[in-house]
Every structure is written in C-alpha cells, then in structure tokens.
Design a protein. Structure first.
Length: 96
C-alpha cells in the first residue's frame, strides 16, 4: 500500500502535526500534567462557585441589601399590612 492521502494537508498518522515528528515521552507527560493541573483548577473554581453555603450567604446578602432600599422597606411595609389585615379578618370571623 502507498502513503496515506493527506487530509487537509495533514498526515492522519501525525496527530494533527504538519510533519510526522516523533514526540518525546517526557514532553507528552509534561503536557498531560499541565492539562491535569488546569482541569483541577477549573474544578476547584466550579466547586467554589456552586458551594451551597456560599450561594446561601450571597443570597442573604442580596436580600439584606434589597431590604435596606426604599423599595425594600415599602415591600416589607406592604407585606406587614397585608398580614395584619388577614389576621384581623380571621379574628373577626372566627365565631361566624
């Protein structure tokens, strides 16, 4: 059989390289180690970003910030007024 046809100018036996130069095993191991460290760092970052404790604290901080704004204070007042109204209605109609 002859030389395999070049696909897109690349030799299919060359692992994407332009020439079939053999690679040093140490170089390959260094690339694997580098990729492993990069993946580990990415995984650590994703774990930190999606930590339930961190997300809970972040949500609580957002709620506290909102409640300190005028719109937040108005919302709390409206909810308090609504709860008061419902309680008074239940008290007034409990003997009906």
């Amino acid at each position: 059989m002859g030389v395999p046809a070049l696909v897109g100018g690349l030799d299919p036996r060359s692992s994407g390289r332009l020439s079939p130069v053999p690679r040093d095993p140490r170089e390959i191991q260094l690339e694997i180690d580098s990729a492993r460290e990069s993946l580990a760092a990415t995984l650590d970052q994703l774990t930190y970003r999606t930590s339930p404790k961190r997300l809970k604290a972040k949500g609580q901080e957002a709620v506290v910030r909102f409640l300190q704004t005028p719109a937040g204070k108005a919302t709390v007042g409206a909810v308090g007024l609504l709860v008061t109204f419902v309680v008074v209605q239940k008290i007034r109609h409990r003997n009906d």
